[in-house]
Design a protein around this ligand. Structure first.
Ligand code: GLN
Length: 486
């Protein structure tokens, strides 16, 4: 038995029946990470001692039968923009390279309360800006299915670590596809929850009105297990919903017969890799066999999704990142500084990478007097139209189905010289974030030996239906069980 390959559910059963201990599971996973991660480079920091200490505590809890949850003793990794007390949290940026938070994000506290074991922090595009993980200031992460290809971004480290069994689940963050796109590229399951379903407290902001923390796992059941643990109201984050969190796992097995899937016609246009299109068509046929109705729907404003998303991102990010100025967090370059302005300038010049600087400049421009109405305000209005598109389409069906990306994982370096080309790979994932709706990504086959990702998009707060429909698919297929040969 390969312990790191177990699903959460399998590992949890073995822990509960005392066939394995959390120390054994954690030790085996750490060992595998030390052996294999030098090739993949998914982790920025591995917290060996802390993990073993937490695993021992989990074993004590299980021995006493006190407060045992499905995540007690299960090792996980967190994207490096999620604050962890006394553990370096870098956003894969030079400006935060040595930053150690004094508090935990709410999700980290919730997982600690559940008895999960933190193994380390994962690589990402700097501050979440990117689609390939190549914008990390530290190093590139490699796709476990082909080391010459990208894992996707920006949560590429979390997806690659999950894919290569270097953790039992991971946390990503999705501002415009950063959970779903890498999940698709690396053959793992991941969810971007409804905006406000999971607390953002302690998440280092990229776009405060889009950001969502979401789990990545081997299958839908595991994803539901983690989401029901981390979701819920948080007094520290006024944008969280006050409604109760459903027990998603209790309902995943409900039949999907008679439900309706909408296929957005704007998502099936030329330019899609043939193997991606055929895998998605095959998935649609699988659902038909399960007794679901298939119906074409329209999201007419899709053509504006990418420009609206990026414009709003530039604007909000330029304002959010103003706090990194050399006087409060992380890097401070003050040698020979004439005055405080000089400290700001030198620190930001040295601390931020090219993509971050590009976005801050574009955002400051879009927000400046005389341009605000023409760009920012206009984009906010079109954002409302994007939201209405989803409301209208989802009024006539239960969920929407689409690919996560027009292609499979591309080669490292293939798109780095052309930022627009990189932005275009986000075409299918960005619209959900301005709209706030939830979306689940899951493995749907292979094209030229690389994984194909599919996403199911749902109504506000209806993660339940996404899990139910995703689980039904994973009962019929075994794409999600395929592991990279590494
Ligand atoms: N590719 C998106 C971007 O570059 C991903 C953002 C995200 O979800 N963190 O903005």
């Amino acid at each position: 038995m390969q312990l790191p390959n177990l699903t959460i559910r399998e590992a949890s059963d073995l822990l509960a029946t005392k066939k394995i201990s959390s120390v054994e599971l954690t030790h085996a996973t750490l060992q595998r990470a030390h052996e294999i991660d030098p090739k993949i480079k998914s982790y920025v920091t591995i917290t060996d001692d802390l993990a073993i200490e937490q695993a021992k505590k989990a074993d004590e809890r299980i021995a006493k039968g006190e407060n045992v949850t499905p995540l007690t003793g299960i090792p996980f990794a967190a994207k490096d923009c999620i604050s962890t007390r006394n553990i370096r949290t870098t956003c894969s940026s030079k400006i935060l390279e040595d930053y150690v938070p004094q508090y935990n994000a709410t999700v980290i506290n919730k997982l600690a309360d559940a008895g999960a074991v933190l193994m380390g922090k994962t690589n990402m595009d700097e501050f979440g800006m990117g689609s390939s993980c190549e914008n990390s200031a530290f190093f590139n992460t490699h796709n476990p299915w082909d080391l010459e290809r990208v894992p996707g971004g920006s949560s590429g480290g979390s997806a690659a670590a999950m894919s290569a069994s270097l953790c039992s689940f991971s946390l990503g963050e999705d501002t415009g596809g950063s959970v779903r796109m890498p999940a698709g590229f690396c053959n793992v399951t991941g969810i971007k929850p409804t905006y406000g379903r999971v607390s953002r407290y302690g998440l280092i902001s990229l776009v405060s009105s889009f950001d969502c923390i979401g789990p990545m796992s081997r299958d839908v059941y595991d994803c539901a297990t983690v989401l029901e643990t981390i979701a819920g109201h948080d007094p520290q984050d006024s944008t969280t919903f006050n409604s109760p969190v459903p027990r998603y796992t209790q309902h995943v097995t409900k039949s999907v017969k008679g439900m309706t899937i909408g296929i957005p016609k704007e998502y099936f246009v030329s330019g899609m890799e043939a193997g991606v299109e055929s895998s998605i068509q095959e998935a649609i046929r699988t659902y038909e066999k399960l007794g679901m109705k298939i119906q074409e729907v329209s999201l007419p404003n899709t053509k504006y999704a990418l420009p609206v998303y990026y414009l709003l991102l530039f604007a909000e990010a330029s304002s959010n990142l103003a706090r990194f100025d050399g006087t409060r967090f992380g890097l401070s370059v003050s040698e020979n500084a004439k005055d405080v302005i000089d400290i700001y300038l030198q620190t930001r010049h040295k601390g931020f990478g090219d993509e971050v600087k590009r976005r801050i400049m574009l955002g400051a421009y879009a927000l400046s007097a005389g341009y605000y109405d023409a760009y920012y305000l206009k984009a906010q209005k079109v954002r409302t139209l994007l939201r209405r598109d989803f409301e209208t389409a989802l009024a006539s069906c239960d969920i929407l189905l689409a690919p996560t990306c027009p292609t499979t994982a591309f080669k490292l370096g293939e798109k780095t010289s052309d930022p627009l080309e990189m932005y275009l790979s986000d075409i299918y994932v960005v619209a959900t974030n301005p709209a706030g709706v939830p979306a689940l990504a899951l493995p749907a086959g292979f094209s030229n030996n690389m994984p194909v990702g599919m996403q199911l998009i749902g109504k506000h707060l209806d993660e339940q239906t996404l899990f139910q429909v995703g689980h039904a698919y994973q009962q019929e297929t075994d794409w999600h069980k395929q592991l990279p040969n590494i």
